[in-house]
Design a binder for this molecule. Structure first.
Ligand SMILES: Cc1cc2nc3c(=O)[nH]c(=O)nc-3n(C[C@H](O)[C@H](O)[C@H](O)COP(=O)(O)OP(=O)(O)OC[C@H]3O[C@@H](n4cnc5c(N)ncnc54)[C@H](O)[C@@H]3O)c2cc1C
Length: 449
């Protein structure tokens, strides 16, 4: 281990997207000095707009931004509607179990007025800027237009300093790579492995004047429609702004006209829509969409979080959720390393937990692309990932997994345990002794009864 307990060098976080902002904020809130370096300047465009409900809870817990997010006027997302699988009949998942019974008989007003579990679909430029600002307000030394261009390593493999474009070297105690698909550390160490079966390209546009689905869900939902060319997304992100994209194998980049024709043929509600100019662009945008992971997610004094660690095809819209959670988990691993004076244990635990999440998502995505499955099969597959008894039906297992709830519950457990350890340290109490005493008391009580 290369750090010492009273080391004044900061934790350096590379990349100010969701993973980096959350990681920095969690550390700063616990008084750990950290430096957040973002190559660009917010607000900047980013793909990845459909979020999960658990993400909002984690963002409220660690950044206190729920009200700020709600005040942006982003679209609500109560679930997702799919045309996928053996049948061309639409089917849906709803985050709130109560809606399964009532959605067909309620009005849009009743849906919006209820306290139903939901997520939001966001313009990532303003959303990421909001998270970055929130990190800044927790006391993070957050700097923009500061690209990390080089990394310096010690003989034991620890990163000793990061280098900026102007040649400045910044020494660091720990590093968290949150550089997204740039994978700064992963590429440098040749750790990046792509999944050959999940190599796609995405083409997408923004529209004004698009409609919504029939019924109360209207524009308050994510719509995914499989077509022979791949699959289309229809993601309302505000009252009148909609993101429409195609994910397809191969390398063809679709222009806006071809994309909209395909969408209309598939029945997307875009007949009256026109192209919107977003961040200075009205034409189609394109993104490489290759699933990949790094061979390792941790080194002696560094961790990889968000897309810098791994990326799974966006069919289940889990990217931002994973980024937020792994950013927070990386911060907790560092806090535990600082508390205990030992990094190997917490970093190994971090690596194992993130890898489990990644594998569960990869397995679901692969299963999903086995195109001729029945809908019930997706749900059954999800149930293999969650503990027996955690949910009532395979459908709820699917929702529990893909809403981010399952992984968020695991994160909350790690967070509570860490807070408990910190409290016992502050009181000068041996946590192990307290636990043993409580176990003995419980054992005595059950023997007496
Ligand atoms: C086609 C497509 C559709 C998607 N749809 C969804 C969706 O619907 N829902 C969802 O949740 N996810 C979706 N995703 C995934 C989602 O976009 C990502 O998982 C998410 O943005 C990851 O967050 P992050 O913080 O790890 O990385 P990013 O958001 O990419 O942030 C990384 C930051 O690091 C900065 N950076 C890079 N290099 C450096 C450097 N050298 N120095 C300093 N800073 C640097 C970048 O400027 C950037 O701001 C989609 C992805 C694709 C490709």
């Amino acid at each position: 281990m290369t750090e010492s307990g009273d080391d004044a060098r900061p934790v350096v976080i590379i990349g100010g997207g969701p993973a980096g902002s959350v990681c920095a904020a969690v550390l700063a809130r616990q008084g750990v000095p950290c430096l957040l370096l973002e190559k660009g300047r917010h607000p900047r465009h980013h793909v990845g707009e459909s979020l999960q409900p658990a993400t909002l809870d984690l963002l409220e817990l660690h950044l206190g931004v729920r009200d700020a997010i709600e005040s942006q006027g982003y679209a609500h997302k109560y679930g997702a509607v799919y045309v996928w699988g053996e049948s061309q009949e639409p089917w849906s998942i709803l985050f709130d179990e109560r809606l399964e019974e009532s959605i067909d008989t309620m009005s849009e007003e009743e849906l919006l007025a209820g306290d139903y579990e939901r997520a939001v679909q966001v313009d990532r430029a303003s959303f990421d800027a909001l998270l970055f600002d929130a990190a800044l307000h927790t006391g993070v030394d957050a700097r923009q237009e500061q690209a990390v261009t080089n990394l310096h390593f010690a003989d034991d493999g620890a990163i000793t300093a990061v280098e900026l474009a102007d040649g400045q070297r910044l020494p660091c105690r720990f590093v968290v790579d949150c550089s997204g698909q740039r994978c700064l550390v992963g590429h440098r160490l040749r750790w990046v492995r792509t999944s050959p079966d999940l190599r796609s390209v995405a083409s997408y546009v923004y529209l004004e004047g698009a409609g919504g689905l029939p019924g109360p869900l209207g524009r308050h939902v994510q719509y995914v429609h499989s077509v022979p060319e791949g699959w289309l997304w229809f993601i309302p992100i505000g009252a009148d702004l909609t993101s429409v994209g195609l994910v397809t194998r191969g390398s063809r980049r679709w222009d806006a006209e071809a994309l909209l024709q395909l969408g209309e043929r598939a029945g997307l509600p875009i007949a009256d829509a026109r192209l919107a100019e977003v961040h200075g662009q009205r034409t189609a945008r394109h993104a490489r969409d290759w699933s990949f992971h790094c061979e390792r997610f941790a080194g002696p004094n560094f961790l990889l979080a968000g897309d810098a660690a791994c990326f799974v095809d966006p069919i289940l819209s889990g990217g931002v959720d994973f980024a937020v959670r792994s950013g927070a988990n990386a911060a907790l691993a560092i806090l535990e390393a600082v508390r205990s004076g030992e990094a190997a244990g917490p970093f190994e635990a971090y690596e194992a937990a993130q890898r489990r999440d990644f594998r569960a998502y990869l397995r679901m995505a692969r299963y999903w692309y086995g195109n001729n499955r029945s809908v019930g099969g997706f749900f059954w597959e999800a149930q293999q990932e969650v503990p027996a008894g955690a949910v009532s039906t395979p459908l709820r297992a699917f929702v529990y997994l893909t809403s981010g709830r399952y992984a968020a519950d695991k994160h909350l457990k790690i967070f509570q345990e860490w807070q408990e350890k910190k409290m016992f340290d502050a009181l000068g109490v041996d946590r192990g002794k307290v636990r043993r005493a409580l176990d003995d008391r419980d054992g005595d009580a059950s023997r007496r009864s």
